[in-house]
Design a protein around this ligand. Sequence first.
Ligand SMILES: [Zn+2]
Length: 672
Amino acid sequence: MVLDNDFKQAQRRVDELITLLDHYSHEYYVLDRPTIPDSEYDKLYQELLKLEEMYPTLVQQDSPSQRVGGTLLPGFEKVEHDLPMLSLDNAFDLDGLRAFDKRVRQLVDGEVEYECELKIDGLAVSLKYENGKLIRAVTRGDGRVGENVTGNVRSIKAVPLKLKRAVTIEARGEIYMPKSSFIQLNEEREEQGEAVFANPRNAAAGTLRNLNPQVTASRNLSVFLYSIVQYGDLNVETQSDALNSLDKLGLRTNPERTVFQSIEEVWTYIEEYQNKRTSLPYEIDGIVIKVNKFDNQEQAGYTVKAPRWAIAYKFPAEEAKTTVNEIEWSVGRTGVVTPTALMDPVHLAGTTVQRASLHNVDLIKEKDIRINDTVFVRKAGDIIPEVVRVDFDSRSKETEPCQIPTQCPACQSELVHLEDEVALRCVNPKCPAQAKERLIHFVSRNAMNIDGLGEKIIIQLFEKQLVQDVSDLYRLNKEDLLTLDKIADKSAENLLNAIKNSKDNSLEKLLFGLGIKHVGAKAARLLAEEYESIENIKRASLEDIQSIEGIGEIIAESIVAFFELEAAMDLIDKLKSFGINMTYTGVKRQATINTDSYFNDKTVVITGKLEHFKRNDLKEELTLLGANVTGSISKKTDLLIAGIDAGSKLDKAKELEVSIWDEKRLLKELSE
Ligand SMILES: [Zn+2]
């Protein structure tokens, strides 16, 4: 038999696609280090499905279409799911959704309702509760067999160990890392010379699969549950009932869900969240659409791979193309030397981008980024610009691999590459760049909060040798300051006042300002509250420090090591001699700020008469959830809570397109 050309061509392409998809799938599932965006993977996968549909004899046993997911990692006990964790079919546009809708309506009797949910970009898990107690947490794995991560999942505070009622159920959902935690984690890792995570999903996966539950506990993962597969005695008839009963059991669900009657309404919801996605505190990569009524779901049924009653709409990847003009190397306060790509300005997801951290040498080599290369950029965690990959097709022949510096760009001392680090480091203790960065950190808002001491002034203070370490700030007088550029009488006085006022700061600000490894603002506050003076912290044992809720072994060890350093003690003595307060003067808080809350970092205004709250109580509650409650509406306002008879503020909020909630919506959100 003579094979026709089209068939032969298809055969070659199928082989090629399977090899490619296996490669990308390995990077994604096994290494947690994808090199292409999901939309690119999906495009290749769709091409494969289409060819396999046209030529069924080309379907291979090991084709990605013949298994539910990726490959398993060694290291955790493997567990078979009682019911497989299926994946969903994807849609990429309105036509795809209309085709889905048409199919559903052919299979289902009567009216169809769709329940829409945000597609959280995290790691799918199945949680099993027996008589209300969490007994097992298993990752999705290949859909049939997952990994037992119960130990780590137990450490996630958003996962209740005990439900509000003694039911036996299995619920599924997505474990994720909030954007703010992701950004903070990467900043810390970069500063410590460790490899950074590409996006919040990889950070969540890396954290969940960490063999040390302490590390998992310290990284602020969270979860949204989105389905029940074993119902116990729950009596539910729709997907929205199911989510409401999860809420009632104390399990975390995403509140942004809605039920619609038509696919056109679904589309407006999709468009709405496509616009809102960057302002959400977690990353989403699409919208999941489910037939709401369970008897309709049954009528629609399943294919081998996926339910016919649900579909995932995937947002298009937000990427832009630009050119790398220069790679800049800068020294941080711990001596880590970090490369930054300087690029032609390009518009990306709402802002203009022209700088992207390249994090470390390994990453430059791995991605082979060179000066004059055309690159694709996107925003990690919807915020931090990053170079995804080089467009090798448009690389000119003249480019050369990026030159890696061997000397510190600030002090010219030899750079070192410590064995367990990805970073290059300047280890010169007198490096002026490090001292400068330490001072910038010391005066920053969460540390000593010295207003008016910007980077330009700090650079001059070093150049004129008025300051060598942070304690020298308190030596400065007006004559010193007047020698600096653009500092007049008045501004010198203001600056001196700000420096003087910082002496009375409560202990936690100083502790954070000292820049002790691993001690962030939160750990500093916990330590200050617990020990109340720097002397007490110095005397505390490792075991004692570790016993504080929220302080792990790593932080505790770092604190003990810091107070054993002679140089650190000298600095503290010097600060003491200038009269800097070394005690805790704040009020002990009963509750701590929940940084994973919807309200975290949101600017909120309350107006009108409230039925369910006293205004001051509500203000305090929102503040503890991380909100900044202010009195007037501006462009910076994220949310208006409008009670009865809300007047001009409501009008202003509408005009500025600020989100508006009534008390009912607020109550629902607060009950999460
Ligand atoms: Zn240096």
